[in-house]
Design a protein around this ligand. Structure first.
Ligand code: FRU
Length: 487
């Protein structure tokens, strides 16, 4: 695997020609996705600034152009009219000032006056490699031109550690004010959220205090990518606690989840109703970003990075690219849990229906399987004889669904565990599975769980084996994300 020097990782992209060859090379990879947003070159991590504006969905991703390495981060911009077909728009935020000299880190977007404002963290490092974070603003005009504010909105808070980042902008009426939530860490390494307030979206910001979340004062060492959304009659606190072991979620210490509750903006207290739940039970999901649907109070849309911090994906890392975003999902609250289901418009991706008797998996496909009562087992990506693959099983006696990727030829991140599970007290009735060339997303029943994972099947691993089902349908899915070289 390539060893990167600091200079190589932290180069600023000056001209598209610097990565044109790389793009040509990786676009020939058999693992390039066909209906997922993926990096034009290099590495993709968090989704950023997901909003609907003037009839268009805007989404950005953390992007290091040079290869599969967390180096100099830019914001790359993609758009869609329907959350199904996506178009590459080019770089939106470049790290080209002293306050972001080591990267334009994650943040959020707010549309006003016919423009989209992008709030992001400038990752600044001094010559001694000491980090300070600045909250910065970029204006994206409707003609695609970009104006960067010369001065940061505010700098690092002196009472917290160097880990302060990922501004989430929120707007309130009565009284009219703007709030920025910032992920942070105390000097004693406890995860926190800082709250900044202003009467204007682009100036006058001041620190209002720490968000209080009773019962969660000792919950992980840093909280990344925070947000508070209102869905139905509940508030939802979304964040990524780090340095935390959660039982049933493997050996990894980076998690992405939420707490339902009620937010009091006067006292800056989020009162939880229930515990912390992860969004996704699969192997690779982080930094989820929620977008509001205009006119819908009970639903939102969620996408996430199909990857994890501190993980590596050797097959595509070798090819010098890494990561993709999950399919955007519809998000609702049911029985005090957030549930995720595939967007109805994804049916537009279906082309021909394939006979399941062939037991062969097209590169990009959707499976819809209905099960009767009892235990079940499905192995995806087996060889032609039905051996190996990704095992999905439901054991009636345990009332639990298990996903095991240890029998795949390409194994990776084994140290985080190769088995994931989720209790299913009401049994397994239905699986909807979306397979792209290097990912699998498994939706269980009508929103009981979703498992998202990267997967790198070899040429021989394109079959499946299943015991008894009540119904089994497979559709080939068409390409929906242009791999155009727009930088
Ligand atoms: C989460 C994260 C954010 C940061 C960004 C940098 O994956 O570490 O906290 O802003 O990635 O790319």
């Amino acid at each position: 695997m390539k060893e990167w020097t600091r200079e190589e990782k932290y180069r600023r992209l000056q001209d598209p020609s610097e990565i044109e060859e790389l793009h040509k090379r990786i676009s020939r990879s058999p693992y390039r996705q066909v209906f997922h947003v993926q990096p034009v070159t290099g590495l993709l991590n968090d989704p950023n600034g997901f909003i609907f504006h003037n009839g268009v969905w805007h989404l950005f991703y953390q992007w290091c152009p040079w290869g599969a390495v967390h180096g100099m981060k830019h914001w790359y911009h993609v758009t869609s009219r329907d959350l199904v077909d996506w178009k590459n728009e080019g770089v939106a935020v470049r790290p080209d000032r002293d306050y972001d000299n080591y990267g334009a880190y994650s943040g959020s977007a707010y549309p006003t006056d016919g423009k989209v404002y992008l709030y992001y963290t400038g990752n600044h490092r001094d010559p001694d490699w000491k980090r300070s974070s600045y909250t910065n603003l970029v204006k994206l005009n409707d003609d695609g031109t970009i104006e960067k504010y010369e001065e940061p909105l505010f700098g690092p808070h002196p009472d917290y550690s160097e880990h302060q980042r990922d501004p989430k902008i929120l707007r309130f009426e009565n009284p009219k004010k703007y709030v920025i939530l910032l992920g942070a860490q105390t000097k004693k390494q406890k995860g926190r959220i800082l709250v900044y307030t202003s009467e204007h979206h682009n100036r006058g910001w001041s620190f209002s205090g720490e968000l209080k979340v009773p019962g969660f004062e000792n919950f992980g060492g840093m909280w990344e990518c925070p947000s508070i959304e209102h869905i139905g009659d509940m508030d939802v606190l979304l964040f990524c606690p780090q340095h935390l072991f959660l039982s049933g979620h493997g050996e990894g210490t980076n998690h992405n989840g939420y707490i339902l509750g009620h937010m009091n903006w006067d006292t800056l207290t989020f009162t939880p109703e229930g515990s912390f739940h992860v969004f996704d039970f699969g192997f690779d999901s982080y930094a989820a970003e929620c977008a509001t649907i205009v006119g819908e109070k009970d639903k939102a849309v969620l996408t996430a990075w199909m990857g994890l911090p501190d993980a590596s994906y050797p097959v595509t890392d070798e090819e010098e690219w890494s990561g993709c975003l999950t399919l955007p999902r519809e998000l609702r609250i049911r029985n005090r849990r957030l549930i995720q289901t595939p967007l109805p418009q994804l049916e537009k991706l279906r082309t021909e229906e394939v006979d399941p008797q062939l037991q062969k998996l097209p590169d990009a496909c959707e499976l819809d399987i209905t099960f009767g009562p009892g235990s079940h087992q499905l192995n995806l990506f087996t060889d032609e004889q039905g051996r190996g693959g990704l095992q999905i099983s439901y054991r009636g006696i345990l009332q639990e669904i298990l996903i095991d990727r240890s029998a795949m030829k390409n194994r990776f991140n084994q140290e985080f565990g190769e088995l994931r599970s989720r209790p299913l007290p009401n049994g397994l009735q239905r699986l909807r599975i979306f397979i792209d060339r290097s990912s699998v997303e498994i939706f269980v029943n009508d929103g009981d769980a979703v498992f998202s994972s990267s997967i790198f099947p070899t040429e021989k691993e394109h079959y499946f084996r299943v015991d008894k089902t009540e119904a089994f349908r497979i559709w080939k899915l068409r390409s929906a994300v242009g791999d155009d070289f727009v930088v």
